[in-house]
Design a protein around this ligand. Structure first.
Ligand SMILES: C[S@@+](CC[C@H](N)C(=O)[O-])C[C@H]1O[C@@H](n2cnc3c(N)ncnc32)[C@H](O)[C@@H]1O
Length: 225
């Protein structure tokens, strides 16, 4: 083959690898910092791109979370990799009385979006920049821990889940999502693919594990510690 053809093939391969590393898997195989940096860049457009449907946010996130806690007394929820505060917003929209909500994320840009969104109820929400693999909370303090659409972007999803379980109270509710379907093939070495997360949670001794299809690329998984 003429050298120019080899050059062209090399260029196409290189572009495909860069596309996979930066666009498809959002920097996760490059490290934690590149992921946060890419989300910092995307943060101002994130809500517009996602365009989540208010009614589904309530039906699949806000209402079931509120049903999982006893709102007649004080309770706490931690949303890990909270992004622009989707879970906390869903709970605010449903309405609750005695919750304190915490959101953590590695990306400051995303957190700024969340803080802006939470302006009107800032007295009962707190946001902090933290890595999911090293949560800065004591053991067993949260009644609920959630983490949506983020495990596949973490270098060590099992370590992140262990951290979530550490800060969750015995009997507390865990809400996670798992990347499934065609897209999950592009996340080798992660827990993505249908059923894997549920099997792992079962092995960790969690009970009442329920999962259902959610959005296009995810399963939403509920479990009790
Ligand atoms: C697709 S967004 C999901 C955000 C939000 N949970 C939602 O459903 O809209 C993924 C989020 O995970 C965060 N993230 C990725 N790796 C993280 C890590 N190791 N620790 C904390 N946050 C992380 C990113 O910064 C980003 O905000």
């Amino acid at each position: 083959m003429p050298p120019l053809v080899w050059y062209f093939i090399g260029l196409v391969l290189f572009a495909a690898i860069v596309y996979w590393l930066v666009v498809m898997t959002e920097g996760t195989y490059l490290g934690t910092r590149p992921v946060a940096w890419l989300y910092d860049l995307a943060a101002p457009r994130y809500d517009r791109i996602k365009a989540v449907q208010y009614v589904y946010e309530l039906r699949y996130i806000g209402i079931p979370l509120l049903e999982a806690v006893d709102d007649s007394r004080e309770w706490k929820l931690l949303d890990v990799a909270t992004g622009t505060g989707r879970v906390l917003s869903a709970l605010e929209d449903v309405g609750y009385s005695n919750g304190r909500l915490y959101g953590v994320d590695r990306s400051l840009g995303m957190l700024n979006g969340a803080i802006l969104r939470a302006k009107q109820y800032e007295h009962r929400t707190e946001y902090a920049q933290q890595d999911a693999m090293h949560l800065g909370f004591a053991n067993g303090v949260f009644d609920c821990v959630s983490c949506l659409e983020a495990l596949e972007f973490m270098q060590h999803p099992k370590q992140a889940i262990q951290e979530m379980l550490r800060v969750l109270k015995p009997g507390g509710t865990l809400l996670l999502t798992n990347r499934v379907g065609f897209d999950s093939w592009f996340f080798p070495g992660r827990m993505s693919k249908r059923g894997r997360l549920e099997t792992y949670l079962q092995a960790e001794g969690l009970g009442n594990i329920r999962s259902m299809r959610w959005q296009i690329d995810y399963d939403i998984v509920w479990a009790r510690k």
